[in-house]
Design a protein around this ligand. Structure first.
Ligand code: 5RP
Length: 231
C-alpha cells in the first residue's frame, strides 16, 4: 500500500465515528482531504452533519463538495474533529502544522469532545522531533521572538535550527495572518515541558505540539487500519 492509500484507508475508517446530527471539526492536509471527500459522499446519501473548517482551504473544499459549513462562532461546541498529523507517539502526543494550519487546528480540536487523528504508518515515531516543529509567531519582532525561542530550547536542554517558513520566496502567512518558524530538533524528549515554555514565549501565538488533545488514532498500514485509543 502506498502512503496515500494508507491515509485514505484511515480516513474511511474515521467515518464509523460520525453519527447523524453531529457537529464536526474538519482538519487540513492530504489525509483530512480524503476524509472530507468520503464524508461528502455520505452527506450526498442523506447524512446530516454540520462542519467547521480548520483552514480556508478546508472550508473551500467542504463547500465545493456540498458539506454544510458553519463557523466556530456559530457552533462553538463540536462532537469530533478528524485531522491528520505530521508525527504521533505512543502517548498520543502529536506534531502538527506541516500545512501551516496548526493554530486553527488546535482551536477546533480543543472545541471538540474528542479528536481523531488519521494517518499513514510513516507518522508513528518513538520520539517526536524528526519532523521540524512549526511555531506560529506574530510577524512583529520576529527576530527577537527567534532568540527567545532559542533561549527556551536551551532551558529544555535542546538545540535546534530555526528556519523561517517561506512560500514562493516570501514569508509564509497563516490563515491567522502570522508567520511560521520551523525548528529542527531531531528528538523532543519532554514535549510537555517544551510546549509549556513555547506557549509563554512573547511573540509566539501557538506551536505544533498537541499534548493531551488527541484521544483516538487510526493508522493505515499494509495490514489494514490499526486503532489506538487512549485509556
Ligand atoms: C496541517 C497539518 C496536517 O495535518 C499535517 O501536516 C499532515 O498532513 P498530511 O495529511 O498531508 O500528511 O498539521 O497543518
Amino acid at each position: 500500500m502506498t502512503a496515500d492509500e494508507q491515509k485514505k484507508a484511515a480516513a474511511l475508517a474515521a467515518l464509523d465515528y460520525v453519527k447523524p446530527g453531529m457537529k464536526l471539526g474538519l482538519g487540513t492536509g492530504s489525509t483530512a482531504n480524503h476524509f472530507i471527500t468520503a464524508l461528502a459522499e455520505k452527506v450526498k446519501a442523506g447524512l446530516d452533519v454540520q462542519c467547521v473548517a480548520t483552514s480556508r482551504a478546508t472550508f473551500e473544499l467542504g463547500q465545493s463538495l456540498g458539506l454544510k459549513m458553519v463557523t466556530l462562532e456559530q457552533q462553538p461546541y463540536l462532537d469530533i474533529t478528524v485531522d491528520g498529523a505530521d508525527e504521533f507517539d505512543d502517548k498520543f502526543q502529536l506534531i502538527k502544522g506541516g500545512g501551516g494550519a496548526l493554530l486553527f487546528e488546535k482551536i477546533v480540536a480543543t472545541s471538540s469532545k474528542y479528536m481523531i487523528v488519521i494517518a499513514d504508518q510513516s507518522k508513528k515515531v518513538a520520539t517526536l522531533g524528526k519532523f521540524p516543529l512549526p511555531v506560529e509567531v506574530v510577524p512583529f519582532g520576529v527576530n527577537a521572538t527567534a532568540w527567545k525561542l532559542e533561549r527556551a530550547l536551551r532551558i529544555c536542554g535542546l538545540k535546534g535550527r530555526l528556519v523561517m517558513r517561506l512560500k514562493d520566496g516570501r514569508p509564509f502567512v497563516t490563515d491567522g495572518g502570522n508567520a511560521i518558524i520551523d525548528i529542527s530538533l531531531g528528538a523532543i524528549n519532554d514535549a510537555d515541558r517544551l510546549g509549556n515554555l513555547l506557549s509563554v514565549t512573547p511573540g509566539v501565538v501557538d506551536h505544533g505540539l498537541f499534548i493531551g488533545i488527541c484521544g483516538i488514532i487510526l493508522m493505515g498500514t499494509d495490514d489494514g487500519v490499526k486503532t489506538f485509543k487512549k485509556a
